[in-house]
Design a protein around this ligand. Structure first.
Ligand code: ZN
Length: 351
């Protein structure tokens, strides 16, 4: 018997800190890990709102700051950093949104350094996961990178982000409602590994956010904090599972297919949210609950609100299972045809 096959490694963050006015806390925690030098990767607004405060609060540690501009792609950033990175850093610190944190993860992985993930928006679960999303030849794909060593969420800064981003984070969270069902299905039909604990943790993050739809919709501080904590919890579920499996199933495949088909796609979580209504129906789960929760939190709950044509969505549903053939989902099982997809869209009223 191959004993190695029985070994399952979990990667967890060493610390998760959620609070306000955390500039000095971040500076001190980075110093304790990094020693005298660290590389800060950020972008203009996050630097102004938080990065600068971390620098000002820093004693006995100097930060080399690289401000990544928004017009460059993640790959361009990585290329430019590869030429500029000098040795001697004790840690990488990423302060910003999804793209900054993606780059920070890959840099930390490449140089084998501790990573501080400091999100300034709560738009998806990458803030606390070991997954990184990289664009290649125009397509986004995600792969396993490194789990952040510490995750520090400054709510004072996250609260300033446009509500659309936080609501997109909610779409990425309700997605777990269908993703864990796909995982269980894959386990049953293909015998793949299934982690009960990781699945329940991811599922919980979808349920919590649906139960909190009202306070999230009102933009209450408590609601936004719940979204941030649920996103971190979903990221940790991926660390426990060792893959994105508990958090990304058929609904994510549709969301990725939409990105592939559209010139200017809506946000990741917005696409995931709407796709989750559809895939929950396929799973015979409570799709009405998903739809109602999205509505209550003022997230897009129809294709029209997202400017997506019904034909494009139909195309995306058909394309989705081909994007990741090895990740078995309800879409692989059902292999839906045009007419079936249209009938379902009619039934669930999301057109
Ligand atoms: Zn996602």
């Amino acid at each position: 018997m191959d004993r190695a096959a029985d070994i399952h490694a979990m990667e967890l963050p060493r610390a998760v800190i959620v609070g306000e006015r955390l500039g000095p806390v971040i500076a001190e925690r980075v110093r304790a890990t990094a020693g005298s030098r660290a590389l800060m990767l950020t972008s203009p607004t996050p630097y102004k709102l938080l990065g600068k405060k971390v620098e000002e609060a820093a004693e006995k540690i100097s930060f080399d700051v690289v401000i990544l501009d928004s017009s460059s792609s993640v790959n361009e950033w990585l290329d430019s950093l590869a030429n500029n990175i000098r040795a001697g850093y004790g840690a990488i610190i990423g302060i910003g949104g999804g793209r900054v944190l993606d780059v920070a993860k890959v840099v930390a992985e490449t140089f084998n350094l501790p990573l501080f993930s400091i999100p300034t928006v709560a738009s998806h679960d990458g803030i606390a996961s070991p997954m990184t999303s990289i664009r290649k030849e125009g397509h986004a794909y995600s792969r396993k990178s490194v789990m952040p060593t510490e995750i520090i969420a400054d709510m004072e800064v996250i609260k300033l982000a446009p509500m659309r981003y936080t609501i997109s984070g909610c779409g990425d969270l309700v997605a777990k409602y269908s993703a864990v069902r796909d995982w269980w299905l894959g386990h049953r039909e293909t015998g793949e590994y299934y982690g009960r604990y990781a699945a329940h943790l991811a599922y919980l993050s979808s349920v919590v956010v649906m139960r909190s739809a009202e306070i999230i919709g009102k933009g209450e501080a408590d609601g936004i904090r719940t979204v941030v904590e649920a996103l971190i919890s979903a990221g940790v579920a991926m660390g426990i599972a060792g893959s994105s499996r508990p958090c990304s199933g058929s609904e994510h495949l549709i969301a990725h297919a939409l990105e592939y088909l559209l010139d200017s796609p809506p946000l990741h979580g917005e696409r995931c949210g709407i796709a989750t209504i559809f895939t929950s129906y396929l799973h015979n789960a409570n799709w009405r609950r998903v739809k109602q929760a999205l509505k209550t939190m003022h997230a897009p709950s129809t294709l029209k609100e997202l400017g997506i044509d019904e034909d494009v969505f139909t195309e995306a549903v058909k394309l989705a299972p081909n994007l990741r053939k090895e990740r078995y989902t309800i879409l692989h099982k059902l292999n839906l045809k045009d007419e079936e997809i249209r009938n379902i869209l009619n039934d669930i009223g999301i057109s």
